[in-house]
Design a protein around this ligand. Structure first.
Ligand code: DGJ
Length: 723
């Protein structure tokens, strides 16, 4: 099984004050501390801005019952709490024993503190059930990684009914607001905000996959104190691509806390004597620089720790993808015609999407049969790939390895390989079923099919799709009481396949796509290089979605194609330049049917792609400032990406529609070096005529720039460069 935790290159200092029994982690700008109280419980003591090294945190106080109804364990900010001893709030861990006992009271047993962090071993008061709580903090971002491992050292099995990576307590305050992301297919990444009241808010997926309905990310800010650029924000994300749950609650005395881990709904994992279960990692951070500061920390953390090639992930090439041009009607001549045109634009990677294998002429057949369709490609993929390589591009291929159509050789041979309940109907979604990757034979078949494809063909990139969620989550070959292990073992095997492919083909790059943004999380991000955030390619809808996405994930993985106008989603017409500018906020791709383009389109696209290449390092690796948010019906939106060395900044400004001859508001930049002088160049649109040719960073940030936009769906792109 692939390890779930990602090691940090540089961990924050971890110390234990043995007199006060206080553990402490100090990263840049953040301190996290917890202590052992007199009853042996672990209490949270501090999570927030950095304390001085010589500040002494008081020992954890004695926990007291609030009343006979509200026991100490339900009203004390505990680090990890078992369901037992009368617990009335969300447990971190719940287990059952064969004799019917369902009571777990965890007490401190021992600990280790090392350069990598802290591990605290907890033990149940009556049985040999142990839990290791792992803490590590990334020094540069102060982002804390928490996970847990339960170990059964009893002489019979125990069943884990519910298990979180962590419970995190926020400082006691009344005015918290919760922000999180919701969505649905083609409408992902909607930012939600609500006050944190007494009671529980549940963010979750029960679908065997991350899901776009809720993304496993959240931020908690303080009403009136926090805005985009100022004020405290606590944030977190769960690195898990299966069913998950994050609960945010405020107990009856007002303690706010977050508990994140496996979704307990329909969960159950039996452990034999000696066995362990590890949780995914919950990453949690703090910023006092508002929502913008929080997301910049998260982005920095992703590029320096999470991505497969961190801390120097490769820049995303400009790609062409055939899906919206041809759908399933791919063949050698048609793909070559598109590739020849794409190459003239400056495209660096040509990706053939769905339709190239088995009997895949529509979405009713072929999934599972990963052999080239010889009616469409009589000599295999070789001639197309040679052509693409000859045109100076890399070749990429679409696959959807976890799925099978009933109309496929694979399903005919192995109907037992899909997730199903014995003698029950098997629901289909997009005419397909989900293979049970938890099974070793299925896991090995998938690896073998992909390995063959990659060995025989010069493939630089796989777009890994996943177009439905689970149903009937059974594993009939397992004993009834062990079938729910599928929720853990499937995802671990998925990670194993990714890791194994990357080991065998170190240059291979992979995109995580799930009919759009259905599987985006820090777990899959550790094994893939880029993400397809949504099937919705309308450039205006995208602005909002890209804004939502950027709260949790970095623009440097967010693929954004320029496709046809009117757009297939909503029939909205926009200019090619507008579409390019919208896509240039992330990783640029083209997905239109180039056979329909006129010479002016080619000229525009070539110019925009060249301009993108001149700023891509800044957009993909720089710091993002959301200057004007497109959320909440705003007519305008503005983003600014500033390079790590602050010598370049890329400004994108968009107008939905202007209703009167309104004055163009001034845009004040952020994040520049106030003392450096910057000139500017226009990628598209024009700055006001009286804009100085060069000015200091202080001028652009404190005075600003006007970029007039009038009409519907207008946009401009301006690049600032140190002179
Ligand atoms: C869903 C993806 O999101 C699309 O981009 C495309 O690859 C289709 N699947 C192909 O079936």
């Amino acid at each position: 099984m692939a390890a779930l935790a990602v090691p940090f290159r540089s961990s924050a200092s971890a110390v234990f004050d043995s007199a006060a029994k206080v553990f402490r982690l100090d990263g840049d700008g953040v301190t996290y501390a917890f202590g052992v109280d007199s009853a042996g419980q672990l209490q949270s003591l501090h999570w927030g801005g950095a304390l001085q090294a010589d500040d002494v945190l008081p020992a954890a106080p004695k926990a007291a019952d609030y009343s006979g109804f509200d026991r100490a364990n339900s009203v004390t900010p505990l680090e990890y709490v078992g369901f037992g001893g009368g617990l009335a709030i969300e447990p971190s861990l719940k287990v059952s024993y064969p004799n019917g006992v369902r009571d777990l009271v965890l007490k401190y047993a021992s600990h280790t503190v090392s350069a990598d962090g802290i591990v605290v071993r907890m033990k149940d008061v009556s049985t040999e059930v142990y839990v290791d709580l792992r803490y590590a903090m990334d020094k540069a971002t102060g982002i804390l990684a928490r996970s847990a491992v339960v170990e059964n050292k009893t002489r019979s099995w125990i069943r884990v009914d519910q298990m979180a990576a962590a419970t995190l307590n926020l400082p006691f305050a009344e005015d918290y607001e919760l922000q999180y992301l919701t969505g649905r297919w083609a409408a992902e990444w909607t930012l939600q905000k609500r006050p944190l009241e007494v009671g529980e808010t549940v963010l979750e997926s029960r679908m065997g996959m991350t899901g776009s309905q809720n993304n496993p990310w959240l931020a908690i800010s303080r009403e009136g104190l926090t805005d985009e650029e100022d004020g405290p924000v606590w944030f977190g994300a769960l690195a898990w691509s299966g069913s998950w749950r994050i609960t945010v609650d405020k107990d009856i005395v007002g303690h706010p806390r977050v508990t994140a881990g496996y979704n307990p709904f329909d969960f159950g994992y039996r452990l034999k004597p000696g066995e362990t279960l590890e949780t995914p990692v919950f990453y949690a951070g703090y910023s006092d620089k508002g929502m913008g500061g929080a997301s910049r920390l998260m982005h920095r953390f992703q590029r320096s720790v999470i991505l497969p090639n961190a801390p120097t992930p490769k820049l995303r090439p400009v790609l062409y993808n055939s899906w919206e041009a041809t759908e399933f009607a791919v063949d050698e001549a048609g793909q070559i015609a598109l590739a020849e045109k794409a190459a003239t634009l400056g495209v660096e990677r040509f990706v053939m999407d769905d339709g190239w294998f088995g009997k895949r002429n529509n979405d009713r057949a072929g999934l599972g049969d990963w052999v080239v369709n010889t009616e469409k490609f009589p000599k295999g993929l070789g001639p197309l790939i040679s052509k693409v390589r000859g045109l100076g591009m890399e070749f990429g291929l679409w696959v959807e390895p976890e799925m099978v159509n009933a109309d496929s050789d694979l399903y005919r041979a192995h109907p037992d390989w899909v997730i199903n309940f014995k003698d029950r109907p098997r629901s289909e979604g997009r005419n397909q079923m989900v293979l049970n990757l938890a099974r070793k034979d299925v896991r090995d078949y998938i690896l073998k099919s992909l390995d063959l494809l990659l060995r025989e063909n010069d493939i630089a990139f796989l777009k890994w799709d996943h177009n439905r969620s689970w149903s009937e989550p059974g594993w009939p070959e397992m004993a009834a009481e062990d079938q729910q292990k599928i929720y853990v073992d499937y995802t671990k095997n998925l990670y194993w396949i990714f890791a194994e492919l990357r080991r065998r083909y170190p240059k291979l790059e992979i995109e995580s796509c799930a009919g759009g943004g259905g599987r985006v999380d820090l777990g899959i991000m550790h094994l893939t290089d880029q993400i397809w955030p949504t099937d919705n390619t309308d450039p205006l809808d995208r602005l909002k979605m890209q804004d939502g996405f950027s709260h949790a994930y970095m623009p440097g993985v967010m693929m954004a194609w320029v496709t046809a106008s009117p757009n297939w989603v909503n029939k909205r017409s926009t200019s090619l330049e507008y579409r390019f500018l919208s896509s240039m906020q992330g990783c640029l791709g083209v997905g239109d049917n180039l056979n329909h383009w006129v010479p002016e389109d080619f000229a525009t696209a070539k110019r925009m792609i060249e301009a993108y290449k001149s700023i891509r390092q800044t957009v993909q690796r720089g710091d993002l400032y959301r200057l004007v948010s497109p959320q909440g019906g705003s007519e305008r939106s503005v983003t600014l990406s500033v390079s790590e060395d602050k010598r370049q900044a890329a400004l994108f400004t968009f107008l939905h529609s202007s209703s009167t001859f309104d004055a163009t508001p001034i845009i004040q930049l952020r994040g520049l070096d106030p003392e450096l002088r910057y000139g500017f160049r226009e990628i598209a649109g024009k700055a006001d005529t009286d804009t100085p040719a060069t000015a200091s960073g202080a001028y652009w940030m404190n005075h600003g720039i006007r970029v007039p936009l009038r009409g519907d769906f207008q946009a401009a792109g301006i690049v600032f460069e140190a002179v």
